[in-house]
Design a protein around this ligand. Structure first.
Ligand code: PMP
Length: 355
C-alpha cells in the first residue's frame, strides 16, 4: 500500500517538512486529490472548452431511456469497461447520476416495492461505507429503512443488500452475505478498478454502481453511472433523477467523457499500479499477479486505546472512527487518496507515535 511503501520516508522528505509538524492532517474524507499530479502531467490533452451556447437544453437524447445521458459519455463508459474488463456492459442500460451517491438513492427508490405496508430493510455487512445509513434514513422514507449489519439480519421477506467490492473502509473483496431468498442486490463497485485491486473477471450483476470520483479521481465533477440489467428498474431510476434534479450536468458529462477517453488510452500502458499487503491475485486486465492496494487504510488500535479516532485527533490527524462503519471505535479509516505532501507528513507523524 501507499502506507507500507512510505513507512520509511526518505531523509529529504524528513528535513523538507520541518515546521509542518503542527499542521492538521485531514484523512477523514476519501478526497482523491492524490490524482491531481497525474492529470497535471496530461496538460491540455484533457482540457475541455465549452462555448456559451452549448448544452443549454435539459435533454441530451430524448430517444434514449436515460434522456439526460450524453451519447459521448455513454460511449466512453462502454469503451473503458471493455478495455479494463471490470464490468459487463452488453444488455445493460446506463443511467448517469450526480455522483454514485444520487444513483444509490435512485436505486433505493426503484427497487423498493411500492405496495408494502412496511419500508423494505436496507443492509450491508459491517464495516460498511459510513454514508449508507445516513443516505438511507435521511428523509425517513416510507419505502425503505436502514437495518444495519447484513451479517446479523434475520428478518423474513424482501430486503435490499448493498455489496461494496472492494469494500470501503477495509478494502476486502466481497459477496452478498444474507441467506434470504428475497434479497435484491446493489453492487457498489466504486473501487473495482486496477489501481485498487486485481480485476479477476468482468462484474456481471443486475445493478452496478461506478463513479469518476474513485476511477479518475474527479470527485468534484459529481458524475457516476449505473449499469442496470432490468429495463423497468433503469426507467424508475431515471424517473427518480428527473424528479430529484431534472437530469445531470451536461458540462460535467462532457468533461468526464474526455477524461475517460484519455484514461482508456493511458491504462493500456502499465506501470501505473504498484503493490501492497493483500494476498496477490491475477488481474485479467494487466495480465499479471499483484496485491490489492485499497483507497483506505483500515487500522485497529491495539492495547489500551479504546477510541482510536480521538487518539489520532490528539495528534492532529483526522480520521473516521469504526462506529461510523458499524464496528468498534478501536478501528479507524484513513484515506490514502490525499496529496503526497499531506501523506508524507502523516506517515512521519505516525512513525513518531508511541503508546
Ligand atoms: N460508494 C463508495 C463505496 C464510496 O466510497 C464513495 C465515495 N467515498 C461513494 C460511493 C460516493 O461516490 P460519489 O462521489 O460518486 O458520490
Amino acid at each position: 500500500t501507499r502506507l507500507s511503501s512510505s513507512v520509511s520516508p526518505s531523509s529529504s522528505s524528513l528535513t523538507m517538512a520541518q515546521g509542518d509538524e503542527d499542521r492538521v492532517i485531514n484523512l477523514d474524507h476519501g478526497d482523491p486529490t492524490m490524482y491531481e499530479s497525474y492529470w497535471q502531467k496530461k496538460g491540455d490533452e484533457t482540457t475541455v472548452v465549452i462555448p456559451g451556447w452549448q448544452f443549454m437544453s435539459y435533454f441530451s437524447d430524448a430517444t434514449r431511456l436515460c434522456w439526460f445521458l450524453e451519447p459521448e459519455f455513454a460511449k466512453q463508459i462502454v469503451r473503458l469497461h471493455n478495455v479494463v474488463g471490470n464490468a459487463v456492459t452488453e444488455n445493460r442500460h446506463i443511467v448517469v447520476g450526480t455522483g454514485s451517491t444520487q444513483l444509490f438513492q435512485a436505486a433505493l427508490y426503484a427497487l423498493s416495492p411500492c405496495a408494502e405496508a412496511e419500508p423494505i430493510s436496507v443492509v450491508s455487512a459491517a464495516p460498511y461505507y459510513s454514508s449508507y445509513p445516513l443516505i438511507t434514513d435521511c428523509l425517513k422514507s416510507r419505502l425503505y429503512k436502514w437495518a444495519g449489519d447484513a451479517r446479523s439480519f434475520r428478518e423474513n421477506g424482501p430486503y435490499i443488500e448493498l455489496v461494496t467490492s472492494p469494500n470501503n473502509p477495509d478494502g476486502f473483496a466481497r459477496r452478498s452475505v444474507v441467506n434470504g431468498s428475497e434479497g435484491i442486490l446493489i453492487h457498489d463497485l466504486a473501487y473495482y478498478w486496477p489501481q485498487y485491486t486485481p480485476i479477476s473477471s468482468p462484474a456481471n450483476y443486475d445493478l452496478m454502481l461506478f463513479t469518476v470520483s474513485k476511477s479518475t479521481g474527479h470527485a468534484g465533477m459529481r458524475i457516476g453511472w449505473a449499469l442496470v440489467k432490468d429495463e423497468d428498474v433503469a426507467r424508475k431510476m431515471t424517473k427518480y433523477i428527473e424528479i430529484n434534479t431534472i437530469g445531470v450536468s451536461k458540462d460535467s458529462q462532457v468533461r468526464a467523457a474526455k477524461i475517460l477517453k484519455q484514461l482508456r488510452e493511458a491504462v493500456q500502458q502499465s506501470g501505473l499500479f504498484s503493490v501492497s499487503d493483500f494476498p496477490p491475485q491475477l488481474c485479467m486486465f494487466l495480465n499479471r499477479v499483484f496485491e490489492p492496494q485499497p483507497a483506505f487504510a483500515w487500522i485497529k488500535c491495539e492495547g489500551d486505546i479504546e477510541d482510536c479516532e480521538s487518539f489520532l485527533r490528539g495528534k492532529k490527524i483526522l480520521t473516521r472512527g469504526g462506529k461510523h462503519f458499524g464496528v468498534s471505535p478501536k478501528y479507524v479509516r484513513i484515506s490514502m487518496l490525499d496529496r503526497d505532501k499531506n501523506y508524507e507528513t502523516f506517515v512521519r507523524r505516525l512513525s513518531t507515535i508511541r503508546s
